[in-house]
Design a protein around this ligand. Sequence first.
Ligand SMILES: C[S@@+](CC[C@H](N)C(=O)[O-])C[C@H]1O[C@@H](n2cnc3c(N)ncnc32)[C@H](O)[C@@H]1O
Length: 222
Amino acid sequence: MRAPTSGEFYERWATVYDRVARLPGLRSWRGGAVDALDLAPGDTVVEMGVGTGANVPELRERVGPGGRVVGLDITAEMLRTARRHPERTGAGVDYLRADATRPPVRRVDAVLGAFVAGIFPDPAAAVDAWCDCVVPGGRVALLNFQRSDAVLGAPLNLAFEGFVRLSSPGTRLSGGSHADAFEARVAAARRRLTERTVDRRYETFGGGYLGLVSGTVPDDTG
Ligand SMILES: C[S@@+](CC[C@H](N)C(=O)[O-])C[C@H]1O[C@@H](n2cnc3c(N)ncnc32)[C@H](O)[C@@H]1O
């Protein structure tokens, strides 16, 4: 039987994903990712692969009533689920069904990619596209799960393999584990962000199981 593609998976599991995405433990990590964007009132921020909009209330709070949050996702059911939550909709919030690897946005102040870079076939190209749509001085942040060498590493790393199979279907390289393929994609995204930005920060959360890399898009005249 053919494995579901990422799009088919999220179309089917949007409601379940939404429950997991809102687990209380994830809130502070999501807050860390939003902090890394250094948003100011009035900014426009785009979340690529916004899913069910779990980060939107925090993004909205940072940009304030004069700012704008654009949640972009390729899966209609994820966006429908996001729109069902009053705190994730309303003035200043727009959802857009589009491919985050070719985002139809320009000159925004910041881009967030949370739990999405490991899904793309060419993550470096996606990060290039994201940096291209951010104004000089604006920030891009990538939040991703990763394996950890913490004491409880071995059993949790097994769980990580299972998690990657579920959350990033269709991404395995032939022969290797899902986790290897996933981490290779996340590493490619982080490398490209490192090449494209200055003032980079790297933080980890959750015993090392979440990594947050962020950077500022430089002024290309400088
Ligand atoms: C693991 S979820 C992350 C959702 C959200 N960022 C969060 O923090 O909960 C990954 C999301 O990426 C979306 N996605 C996958 N490929 C995409 C693409 N090429 N363009 C836009 N969205 C995509 C999926 O539909 C899904 O909603």
